[in-house]
Design a protein around this ligand. Structure first.
Ligand code: SAM
Length: 483
């Protein structure tokens, strides 16, 4: 029986509820009156300077996703753009993955790190190697990392992960610093989540891969990840352990996208109902080619148009949840979906263990790679590309460091302070990037952008202070200003 507040995976992700939702969506996909009401409900409402959005239930959002009428799809895209503009503006937060270890005891059939893959060399970074990787990432200009690791209690125990986090935060090379470490490791215990929380992590990210239990069990035939309930209930344990920024995701291509879409929204509703806080982010990876993995064996792959529609519908359904797209996607696809609701992207990524230090921007090691990287541009190229399209690349980590975690981003939106807070923070961290790491061409484009955009900070005192901070950064003085 479906129960949003149940702590049992099979009840808050109830299969029958998803099937009923899909049937309801199919039946109503041409119901213009209902669709009009759903779009109206989700539209931003403005009171004074404050903009609020109601979001949608998984049923309502599934109706939008089922629509095939091009006119309605255009309306969905327009609304997604409007919501993105209201809360995220043109800011796009930058991050990079850091692969710690590809030792893994699981047998995920889509992942090259699976236990039985004998083609891939196994590697685990030492603390000295992590130092080198982090210096290389700092020298590119990164401030925010997502650490990634296979699951292996002997080779990658929690103590190893904690030691790595400590090392990463401790490295201060030139003006560099990693200010937020997000963590993507296998489902674990409340006790271990407490340890991760105490180590000062940003978001705990765990992709569900698929919400369809039967497929899940087939796709994870052995190893600890085989346990659907333990995996699906991980975010509840993470929140119990004190982590209030959690990141959901499904790996599109494994099962039917409409099922996954309803499932991920039900998961978000569950977290909100039980913990009072929805997911901090949702990621939308698609299966890619990798060592011993042929993506064509998964017959649920989705085309770019469907992918864009999913992103737009997520944006509308959970307006306060950040959305992440990685370098699994190429430049053209990233450009297409950016305006529809993406708030974070990776840049200059390497998905191999030890892929950053000792390589030029053109070189990339493939031997331990987790998947083929489609967008192979350097961070500098990605930053300039974003600015050329009118976006503001942001290296901001202020919210979490100011204690604005959980639903406090929503609170910031609701008091209308985004333009006085996120906007100058984005510009100040972009200025750090331009001064310390950018090519002369990127710097010139960026400084013109900052000069224009700083005028859009509404509060005069705040704007004046931000201008002073920007000057200090440019003149080589202090770093890490934030509101
Ligand atoms: N071991 C952890 C776990 O099981 O959740 C960390 C995950 S792994 C390093 C990060 C994510 O990469 C996985 O959750 C999966 O969704 C994704 N992934 C695995 N194989 C992939 C492939 N062939 N193409 C694209 N993404 C893949």
């Amino acid at each position: 029986m479906y129960d949003v507040k149940s702590m049992k995976a099979e009840e808050f992700i109830d299969d029958q509820e998803i099937l009923d939702t899909l049937e309801y969506a199919e039946k109503n996909k041409n119901n213009r009156e209902l669709i009009g009401q759903i779009l109206d409900k989700a539209a931003p409402k403005k009171t004074g300077r404050v903009v609020e959005c109601a979001g949608l239930s998984h049923r309502e959002a599934s109706v939008l996703l089922a629509c095939e009428d091009p006119e309605v799809i255009e309306k969905i895209y327009a609304l997604a753009r409007q919501i993105k503009e209201a809360f995220y503006g043109d800011r796009i937060v930058m991050f990079a993955p850091l692969y710690l270890s590809n030792y893994c005891v699981n047998q995920c059939v889509y992942c090259p790190y699976h236990l039985k893959n004998k083609e891939i060399p196994r590697k685990k970074l030492t603390q000295e190697e992590i130092r080198q990787e982090v210096i290389a990432l700092q020298d590119m200009g990164h401030k925010r990392l997502a650490i990634e690791s296979g699951e292996d209690p002997v080779n990658n125990p929690i103590e190893y992960i904690l030691e790595c986090i400590n090392t990463i935060y401790s490295i201060k090379h030139k003006n560099g610093a990693i200010r937020r470490v997000n963590v993507n490791i296998a489902a674990t215990t409340v006790e271990n989540y407490k340890k991760l929380h105490d180590a000062g992590i940003g978001t705990y990210i765990l992709f569900q891969e698929t919400y369809h239990k039967e497929s899940y069990e087939k796709l994870h035939p052995a190893g600890p990840k085989h346990n659907y309930a333990y995996h699906t209930e991980a975010m509840d344990r993470a929140m119990e352990g004190g982590i209030d920024d959690v990141g959901l995701g499904v790996l599109f291509g494994l099962d039917k996208y409409k099922y996954e879409f309803a499932g991920i929204l039900m998961h978000a509703e569950h977290l909100e109902a039980v913990h009072g806080v929805g997911p901090h982010t949702i990621s939308v990876p698609r299966v890619k080619k990798a060592s011993d993995i042929d993506p064509n064996v998964f017959d649920n792959s989705i085309d770019d148009d469907t992918f864009a529609k999913i992103i737009a519908c997520i944006r509308i359904a959970v307006p306060y949840t950040g959305m992440i797209i990685s370098t699994r996607e190429n430049e053209t696809c990233r450009e297409k979906v950016m305006g529809l609701g993406i708030s974070q992207i990776s840049g200059g990524s390497r998905t191999s263990v030890g892929g950053y230090a000792g390589y030029t921007p053109e070189e990339r090691p493939h031997d331990t790679e987790q998947f083929d990287v489609s967008d192979q541009r350097s961070l500098d190229e990605v930053v300039k590309w974003l600015m050329d399209m009118g976006y503001i690349p942001s290296f901001c980590t202020a919210c979490y460091r100011e204690g604005r975690t959980g639903d406090r981003f929503m609170a910031l939106c609701k008091v209308g302070q985004i333009q006085n807070c996120c906007h100058p923070n984005a510009l100040m961290t972009l200025q750090e990037y331009l001064t310390d790491y950018a090519s002369p061409e990127t710097r010139a484009v960026g400084e013109a952008l900052i000069a224009r955009e700083i005028q859009n900070v509404p509060d005069l005192k705040r704007r004046q202070r931000a201008i002073e901070y920007l000057d200090e950064i440019k003149n080589g003085g202090k770093r890490d200003f934030r509101f």
